[in-house]
Design a protein around this ligand. Structure first.
Ligand SMILES: NC(=O)c1ccc[n+]([C@@H]2O[C@H](COP(=O)([O-])OP(=O)(O)OC[C@H]3O[C@@H](n4cnc5c(N)ncnc54)[C@H](O)[C@@H]3O)[C@@H](O)[C@H]2O)c1
Length: 321
């Protein structure tokens, strides 16, 4: 694949995995990584590719129209937009930056994509845009958007813009809506690394409300595999859900990790529930599986073991955070 990809937010959790995945798989693929290096961005995630001649890092903001245009003008074929403020709790404390980065930043990228006729723009969205689901059933790509917090509202806003640029300007786009990812290099504010790192440090593990909120989990490598397939084979204008079929309550994950680390359940501390906390997220990935042939390779058990092992062997990475 002799193509040049602008990856935004590539120093974060999923973006850094995607860059390493693509550079390993495609020897002729060139990647420009545009990342602002907020608290969530970390160049240590990319040490193994930093000297790769096909990789270039640019520190900057996706809202910087001049910079984005200059980068895209330089023969970019594809844009894959991971850059975002991504933590729900932070969006409740300060919604403004979520609207700026996630909505207005996306618009800057879309304008540049349009002006320089890029071959494909992929928006990395989330299952959270569909809102909360009752005990049964799954969201499909046709389900209405009903975001329940400022983070998911900003992601839904961006999705609407991407859809509008496809409908109005024929911009070749895909939107992907993935469930909760987990794996190495995830910032320890997110559930699984928070549990692991607090457990290892013998700290309390905060659990919102009764802990019975249900999330679906996907190992990050399987998300990267899906994105690679969508980049190459995704039908223009299509939305693809990417789910792991691993629905778990938050409290069951806490207990599982404590058990695996041989730590006591007395480390669990129930705290007041998050305002507007969605009860259940679950999506159907049938379209991605049937049309593009994607299947996840990791079971939840295997992915969790690799994740725990990584945090055990990379204490210096998370102790600095
Ligand atoms: N983590 C998940 O479980 C999950 C699930 C579904 C979808 N997503 C989506 O995937 C994407 C990546 O998620 P993640 O977990 O890797 O996030 P992350 O918070 O780990 O990384 C975000 C990256 O974006 C960069 N960034 C933030 N603002 C920027 C700006 N204005 N300009 C340039 N770079 C900026 C940060 O420095 C960081 O490197 C996000 O769009 C998120 O909404 C995440």
């Amino acid at each position: 694949m002799g193509k040049k990809i602008l990856v935004t937010g590539g120093a974060g959790f999923i973006g850094s995995h995607f860059i390493k995945y693509m550079l390993k798989k495609y020897k002729a693929c060139q990647i420009v990584n545009l990342d602002l290096l907020t608290y969530a961005g970390n160049l240590e995630n990319l040490i193994e590719v930093k000297d790769n001649i096909n990789y270039q890092f640019v520190k900057g903001n996706i809202c910087d129209r001049r910079l984005v245009r200059a980068l895209v003008k330089n023969k970019i074929d594809f844009i894959v937009n991971f850059a975002a403020e991504s933590h729900v709790d932070r969006s409740i404390a300060d919604p403004g930056i979520f609207v700026k980065t996630n909505v207005l930043g996306t618009q800057v990228l879309l304008d540049a994509a349009r002006d320089y006729n890029i071959k494909k723009y992929i928006q990395i969205s989330t299952d959270e845009v569909y809102g909360s689901l009752p005990q049964k059933g799954y969201f499909t790509e046709d389900s209405p958007l009903a975001p329940g917090n400022p983070y998911s509202a900003s992601k839904a806003g961006a999705d609407m813009l991407v859809r509008a640029y496809y409908k109005t300007f024929n911009l070749p786009v895909n939107i992907t809506r993935c469930t909760n990812n987990f794996g190495p290099y995830q910032y320890p504010e997110k559930l699984i690394p928070l549990i692991i790192t607090n457990a290892l440090a013998d700290k309390k593990i905060p659990v919102y409300g009764d802990g019975l909120q249900v999330r679906d989990w996907l190992y990050v490598e399987d998300h990267c595999k899906a994105l690679d397939m969508i980049l190459h084979m995704g039908k223009t204008g299509y939305i693809y859900n990417v789910g792991g079929n691993n629905e778990k309550t938050n409290i069951s994950i806490v207990k599982l990790i404590l058990d695996q680390l041989d730590k006591p359940e007395s480390q669990i501390k129930h705290v007041k529930d998050r305002p507007g906390h969605d009860r259940r997220y679950a999506i159907s990935s049938k379209k991605l599986q049937e049309e593009l042939g994607w299947t996840p390779e990791y079971t939840f058990k295997k992915g969790l073991k690799e994740t725990i092992d990584w945090y055990l062997s990379n204490r210096e990475w998370w102790l600095k955070r």
